[in-house]
Ligand binder design. Sequence first.
Ligand SMILES: C[S@@+](CC[C@H](N)C(=O)[O-])C[C@H]1O[C@@H](n2cnc3c(N)ncnc32)[C@H](O)[C@@H]1O
Length: 193
Amino acid sequence: MTTRTTNRTTNRRRTADRRVRRRTREGGGPGRPPSTRGLLLDLDAPSIDLARRHLVGSGVEDRVTFEVRDAADPALAHRYDLVTVFEALHDMSYPVEVLRAARGLLADGGVVLVGDERTAESFAAPADDLERLYYGFSILHCLPVGMVGDGAVGTGTVMRPTTVDAYARDAGFARVEVAPIENDFWRFYLLRP
Ligand SMILES: C[S@@+](CC[C@H](N)C(=O)[O-])C[C@H]1O[C@@H](n2cnc3c(N)ncnc32)[C@H](O)[C@@H]1O
């Protein structure tokens, strides 16, 4: 099985990835709740097909759009209050370019939220069970897919906070913080221009 096929097969079970939410005010009168518009991107067409099927009957069909598209596409337009990247940054061949594109999408006061594996702060041996599990995922999937393409960085599942910080700063973010969200498996990063 090729890397591309492996990637497709795995991703078929997963929903669309890059979530870009634009919050707009409708009507603007007092008491009217804000509505949220979402553009969700993934390179993987089967994931987008699945997401579109889930959207049917959800009641938000008119507010959510899915596209097969590279999140690093510089042609991405619009201004968004929130750009999210969930469980995907470590899979990307060019994470800095994707974060740079995400930064370019932000409206004033906007923020990028990255959710990724809660790895240990630094490498230690022996690693605990979770860290070993992440390394297992990494060699079987995440590292190979992140090595596709000329100059791909090949991050792998075990993306530590220092790596996220370095990618974000290379992409032009001035502030990177770990959000105070407790979870055994996930860590959430807030990136601000
Ligand atoms: C591990 S999956 C996570 C999927 C989903 N977010 C989830 O949590 O189930 C990583 C996803 O990132 C997508 N991806 C990788 N690089 C991308 C890029 N440059 N632009 C858009 N999507 C990308 C892959 O196609 C894959 O679906």
